[in-house]
Design a protein around this ligand. Structure first.
Ligand SMILES: Cc1cc2nc3c(=O)[nH]c(=O)nc-3n(C[C@H](O)[C@H](O)[C@H](O)COP(=O)(O)OP(=O)(O)OC[C@H]3O[C@@H](n4cnc5c(N)ncnc54)[C@H](O)[C@@H]3O)c2cc1C
Length: 414
């Protein structure tokens, strides 16, 4: 059977490997000059390839259409992926939050192992080749058209990814290819994306570890997390902020709420200490430095870059002698340390998102095969589908599992 795959990301490469293992004659068409461009920058170049949690727990980390992924994830689990990557010579390790990374901390090694396996199995990888049209006759896929050539096939797997980081090759053009065939595209939106805030950011470049954030919609808590974050020129970023974004995305009437300044991010700079404990700690510091000016006694509590900002927000005069600081003023300071609030203005653009929420409507795709319900012999894999997950390696597992399922189904050629 002749199988063509459009897109050489993790989903496409896994589909190619699986189809070739099943004896298909496989061609993979990739528009960029090499495969796996996005994969090579994942996990800050370290590639958080999957998660080591029991596969049942994956579904809690997939906020949208998780049921659609039952077959794909159970048929090719994280354990299967780890086993197969190990067979390909990739050693992996498990880090905080059960995140799985290559021991080498090098995403390029993952790309390299997949490429070598495709080579070994005789997959014909054709790069610098963009598919412009899918050819269909009598409701069945016949082939694809590139700028200068037509390729015929018995089965077509489309794995063109989402819309984020378009310089990696995934710019959303795959949506048009299948829209032309009658598929519905659920509006693509940024997920796992930095947040713009109304506050001017004087803390740009500062990164914080071991802080807690709470995101609120009015008075309602919608997200809580603990870990690392980063202040940028536009607002907030870093792992816990990116994760928060995919919860915020699901708030009803979000646009209106953003305009009304209802979505707020509360940073607890001292999550290990209760309000009372922090107050005693500050009191102790103040007693120790009673003759110093206020601005000069915060070094033990805060990173240097944050001190002028907190001093300003506290409305305590920076040169006030510590023994003149009132209890009320101290309480204001403690409150600030436990709840430094920012108001969300918007998400950063989809180009800066880690994943795209939205994509091919899964109602039009058979979950046990990944085949289109509209066009026979057309299969989907990876982020082109309307599925997305939180951070932790879940998105790559989805790409690998759907790629494996789409590649493993052998269609009788009539
Ligand atoms: C900065 C960053 C870090 C990330 N880190 C992680 C992480 O650590 N862990 C994790 O789980 N997820 C991570 N992700 C998400 C993960 O990379 C994606 O979910 C995953 O790559 C999706 O795989 P895919 O194969 O569906 O699509 P992609 O990887 O986007 O691949 C699609 C491929 O199709 C090609 N293509 C598109 N259109 C055409 C066409 N018309 N013709 C031919 N080829 C075409 C593209 O060039 C591209 O190579 C990260 C994403 C980003 C942007």
């Amino acid at each position: 059977m002749k199988t063509i795959i459009i897109g050489g990301g993790p989903a496409g490469m896994m589909a190619a490997i699986t189809a070739a293992q099943n004896g298909d004659d496989v061609i993979l068409l990739e528009r960029m000059r090499s495969v796996g461009r996005k994969l090579s920058i994942t996990g800050k170049g370290r590639c958080n390839v999957t998660n080591n949690a029991p596969i049942d727990e994956f579904f809690q980390n997939i906020p949208r259409n998780s049921k659609f992924l039952y077959s794909a994830l159970y048929q090719y689990t994280n354990e299967d992926l780890i086993r197969n990557l190990t067979k390909l010579g990739l050693k992996v390790k498990v880090e905080r939050g059960q995140r799985v990374f290559p021991v080498s901390d090098n995403a390029l090694e993952v790309v390299d192992k997949l490429k070598k396996e495709m080579d070994r199995l005789g997959v014909k990888v054709i790069v610098n080749t963009k598919v412009n049209q899918i050819l269909v006759k009598d409701g069945k896929v016949e082939g694809v058209k590139t700028d200068d050539k037509k390729y015929s096939c018995d089965k077509l797997i489309i794995a063109t990814g989402g819309k984020s980081y378009p310089l990696t090759g995934s710019d959303g053009n795959g949506y048009r290819l299948v829209q032309e065939l009658g598929h519905t595209i659920v509006e693509p939106k940024a997920s796992l994306v930095p947040l713009e805030t109304y506050e001017k950011n004087e803390l740009q470049g500062l990164s914080l570890k071991n802080v807690a954030i709470t995101v609120k919609d009015g008075d309602k808590k919608i997200y809580e997390d603990f870990g690392e974050m980063l202040f940028t020129h536009f607002g907030l970023s870093g792992p816990i902020v990116l994760s928060a974004s995919s919860y915020i995305l699901r708030v009803k009437n979000l646009e209106e709420k953003l305009k009304q300044k209802k979505i707020t991010i509360h940073i607890d700079l001292k999550p290990a200490l209760s309000m009372e404990k922090l107050d005693s700690r500050v009191q102790r510091d103040f007693e120790e430095h009673s003759r110093k000016q206020f601005k000069n006694c915060l070094d033990d509590l805060l990173p240097a870059k944050m001190i002028p900002y907190i001093v300003k927000l506290s409305h305590i005069k920076e040169d006030k002698q510590i023994d003149q600081v009132t209890k009320e003023e101290r309480t204001t300071l403690v409150n600030l340390l436990k709840d430094l609030t920012f108001t969300m203005k918007d998400f950063r653009p989809i180009e800066e998102a880690i994943v795209t929420a939205g994509g091919v409507d899964v109602k039009e795709v058979n979950p046990s095969t990944m085949e289109s319900k509209i066009v026979s012999r057309l299969y989907f894999a990876g982020e082109i589908l309307d599925v997305d997950a939180y951070t932790g390696g879940f998105n790559l597992q989805i790409a690998f599992s759907t790629g494996h399922l789409a590649g493993s189904v052998s269609k009788d050629v009539e």
